[in-house]
Design a protein around this ligand. Structure first.
Ligand SMILES: [Zn+2]
Length: 407
């Protein structure tokens, strides 16, 4: 049994055919960071701040951006966690995530992300005894089943092979796995299947969930009520767990917008300089400026010689505010090889500092941002250079109408 301190969810703003889709500047890692930040910022605003202590991160997805390592550094930096927090990267779907949330040790942040349909969700596990985390909900593993139904495979050349039979997948895979869980009553919330099938298998109770992959298990917990049995299924595997109490949920789920039309221009992209990438990493991904050790003036990126006092004594990285106002902006229509056009750039004046920063605009059609508009700075995939994801921060304009922030 575990105690869920809280849940954070994220849905990208773009929608195609009724399904959320990741922007070209988003991948599984930026989705995971957005969900994790929704949770950690929500928890830190709550009174009991000691419960936000993250001692381990478990990142579960089938869409890891880098298979050769490097995801964990960006994940920790994006979440503003220390770089010595252990990270487990796991390839898996909803059952693996529900299993992890139901069995993880206190202090574990379980983050799951999917690209199709796109979404991410995070759950933080707290102390169960001697003093249960205030406001937490308890989750107990009821059953798990793993059967072999290999419907997708990858060859040695990296080529993917899909056994394309949705009816077989549903009947012999998902439904058979759920039946094999041998539960007394049908689960109240079922993830990993379409909303129609979930409703059918739960006697009409299971709510529609925005994703079907790894993150769907945490979206299911976010939608569940106290006393519900939650099941996660995929292909041949399924896991069921019982929830007592309802976890607090912080949702970063903007109203959907149609994906704008953009044009990719063929041509060589801009090559990467790994030394430059390495030097800028903490400032860009952690969103920190160099603060002069003599006079405290901020510089983004950090500078060898302070522009305020001329000191070369050094600097210390300091977190920057993540909200600001558009100072000026430009819309780019000129084709740029390797980049989707049109797009917008903005110089953003960050709140409570004299720092202005040049960033791309995300989550809004090109040309829609005006001088004076306010927004948040969020982690995005700024570019892919020489095949390496280059993460940094972009401006997400504030929605025109107020959005509900809690559920
Ligand atoms: Zn100085």
């Amino acid at each position: 049994m575990t105690t869920i301190v809280g849940i954070g969810t994220y849905l990208p703003v773009w929608e195609v055919s009724g399904r959320r889709t990741a922007g070209l500047d988003e991948d599984a890692l930026t989705l995971a960071v957005a969900a994790g930040r929704a949770l950690l910022e929500g928890l830190s605003a709550r009174a009991d701040t000691e419960s936000t202590d993250v001692r381990q991160v478990v990142f579960i997805t089938r869409d890891l951006p880098l298979l050769e390592g490097g995801n964990s550094a960006a994940l920790l930096a994006g979440l503003a966690l220390d770089d010595d927090v252990p990270v487990v990267e796991q390839v898996g779907g909803g059952p693996a995530v529900l299993d992890a949330v139901a069995t993880a040790s206190p202090g574990t942040l379980v983050v799951a992300a999917d690209l199709e349909p796109a979404g991410a969700a995070a759950a933080l596990i707290g102390e169960t005894t001697p003093a249960p985390t205030p406001g937490g909900a308890e989750l107990s593993l009821l059953a798990r089943v793993a059967r072999s139904l290999p419907l997708s495979s990858r060859g040695r050349d990296g080529g993917r092979w899909d056994y394309d039979d949705p009816r077989l997948l549903l009947e012999r895979g998902t439904k058979a796995a759920l039946a094999k869980l041998d539960l007394e009553d049908p689960p109240s919330v079922i993830s990993g299947v379409t909303p129609k099938i979930a409703a059918q298998l739960s006697g009409g109770r299971s709510p529609a969930l925005p994703t079907t992959g790894a993150s769907s298990a945490i979206f299911a917990l976010a939608a569940a009520s106290a006393g519900d049995v939650v099941a996660a299924a995929e292909q041949g595997s399924a896991v069921a767990a019982a929830l007592t109490g309802a976890p607090q949920v912080w949702r970063d789920e903007a109203a959907p917008q149609p994906l704008p039309r953009t044009r990719m221009t063929p041509g060589p992209d801009i090559g990467i300089s790994l030394p430059a990438y390495d030097r800028a990493f903490d400032a860009k991904v952690r969103w920190e400026a160099g603060s002069c050790d003599e006079c405290g003036q901020l510089a983004m990126p950090p500078r060898l010689r302070c522009l305020g006092c001329g000191s070369e004594a050094g600097w210390t990285l300091t977190p920057l505010p993540r909200v600001g106002e558009v100072y000026t902006k430009v819309d780019i229509h000129v084709p740029v090889p390797g980049r989707a056009t049109p797009y917008s750039l903005a110089i953003v004046a960050l709140d409570d500092t004299d720092v202005r920063t040049l960033v791309t605009v995300t989550g809004a059609p090109s040309g829609s941002v005006e001088i004076g508009d306010r927004g948040r700075l969020v982690l995005r995939l700024i570019d892919t250079r020489s095949g390496v994801p280059d993460y940094g921060h972009a401006l997400l304009p504030a929605p025109a109408e107020p959005q509900g922030e809690t559920a």
